[in-house]
Design a protein around this ligand. Structure first.
Ligand SMILES: Nc1ncnc2c1ncn2[C@@H]1O[C@H](COP(=O)(O)OP(=O)(O)OP(=O)(O)O)[C@@H](O)[C@H]1O
Ligand SMILES: [Mg+2]
Length: 507
């Protein structure tokens, strides 16, 4: 708390001009308490994001500064506060403890443990709100972030330091894609942060379980503000997660951060703003709803070598209603991010999983970071698939198709099948390149469609047992040369022969 003497000293030295209204004491008192928000009066010299402490030790953060009142979000049990309670300014910005020990932990947005272990060490704290690094601190995205999911790595590649939105209706596999991306970082020296906002506790527990099962919790931090917590906590959660991410990024590490999901974050902010009586705009969101997410996602970046070379890749998730991407929050976040992965209920229900609509999914910067081997096999894939979908739609009305069209449709259906992938069954770069190569070269054209998955499984099995050195070479050279192609073709032919023989035997 600043003392009166400090103020008098400042006036004497001329730092605070006389015309400034200054207060004698920084103690305010509670006028109103509403759903996690306290309105105080008697505080003039406050700044946004400043930490406030109530007399019973509960902390709060300044979120709204009015002419004579200050709005505080309460970081604790607001039911323990009542009108007339005193609160004082601490002069500190709201922050979260950050240490390497956070890895493997499950925390709430103010850094309190949710996993029953000790509180994290308070040696160092990072502010929740921070101005994103400017252009001079950044460099273009150049290293890929492999998700292990064929459709994404081949067609919508993500680079380290990129912000890629995952958007879709309820239950279309959004969380699965994000969590699979975390699982695939095993051994890649990437710190992963999963931030759950407004989710059911059971869903968060399932994610924690999954990460434990795949032993990837050791390099992950989970931050959760479940639907049962006050909206103030849900509002803070992504900023806290980002502050933790920045700690690792500033140390030169690569960070992957998942915000699951920002629609619920926007709802929490809308509720807070309405409680604070801010004017409501479109869909009852306050006017600064765009800034809410832009200032968060701008903090994900690729720092230049001079500043440590750390990166933070953000995968924000947004839920849509009936696939409507032109709603307020989806359009905002689409325009902030560097691309989107769009998931569709129809595709999901028809068995295309991950249910990515490749036509309207894009990655605006990841292509530059894509590995050469993948570019070699998948550069034309997106266009071909778009053409295939169009042709497939038209061919439903046609009875006799020419040979060329039939061939094209056949190839397209095989590739669509190849791009399907079961959850948590992630593939290394070399395996992805090999199977996509086989599909695009047309070696699976003769194979019946229902055998493609079986072929792929067998192909992967043979490659990883008998041709491991081959996979390693693609992995190291990050390119596929003619001798690789010859080798792969031999394996493909061998397996196709196996299939034909087993069919003949059955007959
Ligand atoms: N590639 C996949 N293969 C098989 N099953 C999948 C795949 N992706 C998702 N699923 C299943 O679909 C269901 C929904 O997935 P998920 O929870 O990831 O969706 P969501 O979009 O995050 O849902 P919500 O909107 O409820 O958060 C889960 O049961 C999940 O196991
Ligand atoms: Mg989900």
């Amino acid at each position: 708390m600043k003392s009166i003497d400090d103020y008098l000293k400042k006036i004497k030295t001329g730092i605070v001009p006389d015309k400034f209204k200054f207060r004698i004491t920084e103690v305010g008192s509670v006028v109103e308490i509403k759903d996690g928000v306290a309105i105080l009066d008697g505080m003039d010299n406050v700044s946004f994001g400043e930490l406030v402490e109530f007399e019973n030790g509960i902390k709060g953060m300044v979120i709204d500064i009015g002419i004579d009142k200050v709005g505080i979000i309460i970081l604790g049990d607001y039911l323990k506060l009542g009108s007339g309670d005193k609160a004082y300014l601490t002069g500190l910005q709201a922050s979260i403890p950050v240490t390497d020990d956070l890895l493997g932990r499950v925390l709430d947005p103010i850094g309190q443990p949710l996993d029953g272990l000790n509180s994290p060490s308070e040696r160092m704290r990072n502010p929740l709100e921070k101005i994103a690094p400017g252009v001079v601190y950044r460099q273009p995205v150049s290293v890929p972030l492999q998700t292990g999911i064929k459709a994404i790595d081949a067609l919508i590649p993500i680079g380290r330091g990129q912000r890629e939105l995952i958007i879709g209706d309820r239950g279309t596999g959004k969380t699965t894609i994000a969590v699979d991306s975390i699982i695939n970082q095993k051994g890649q020296n990437v710190v992963c942060i999963y931030c759950a906002i407004g989710q059911k506790e059971s869903k968060v527990a399932a994610v924690v379980d999954l990460l434990k099962r795949y032993s990837v919790l050791d390099y992950s931090v989970i931050l959760s503000a479940s639907a049962a917590t006050p909206v103030s906590q849900q509002y803070l959660a992504p900023y806290s997660a980002c502050a933790i991410g920045e700690y690792f990024m500033d140390k030169g590490k690569d960070v992957l951060i998942v915000y699951d999901d920002l629609t619920k974050h926007a709802w929490a902010y809308r509720q807070l703003s309405l409680v604070l009586r801010r004017p409501a705009g479109r869909e009852a969101y306050p006017g600064d709803i765009f800034y809410l997410h832009s200032r968060l996602l701008e903090r994900a970046c690729c720092l230049s070598k001079k500043y440590g070379g750390g990166t933070m890749t953000a995968l924000p998730i947004v839920e849509t209603l009936e696939g409507d991407v032109s709603a307020y929050i989806p359009t905002n976040i689409i325009s902030i991010t560097d691309g989107q992965i769009f998931l569709e209920t129809d595709l999901f229900n028809s068995g295309v999983r991950p249910a990515i609509n490749i036509g309207i999914s894009v990655s605006r910067v990841g292509g530059k970071a894509q590995v050469k081997a993948m570019k070699q096999v998948a550069s034309k894939l997106k266009l071909d698939l778009a053409q295939y979908r169009e042709m497939a739609a038209f061919s439903q009305f046609e009875s006799d198709l020419d040979e060329e069209t039939k061939k094209f449709l056949n190839r397209g259906s095989k590739i669509t099948q190849i791009l399907k992938q079961n959850k948590h069954q992630l593939l290394s770069l070399s395996k992805q390149v090999s199977i996509i190569w086989a599909g695009t070269k047309g070696y699976l054209d003769e194979l019946p469609l229902d055998k493609v998955t079986q072929f792929e499984d067998r192909f992967m099995e043979v490659l990883s047992t008998k041709k491991n050195e081959h996979l390693k070479r693609i992995e190291e050279q990050k390119a596929i040369n003619t001798s690789d192609e010859k080798d792969l073709l031999l394996v493909v032919k061998e397996i196709l022969k196996e299939f034909i023989n087993s069919d003949n035997n059955k007959k």
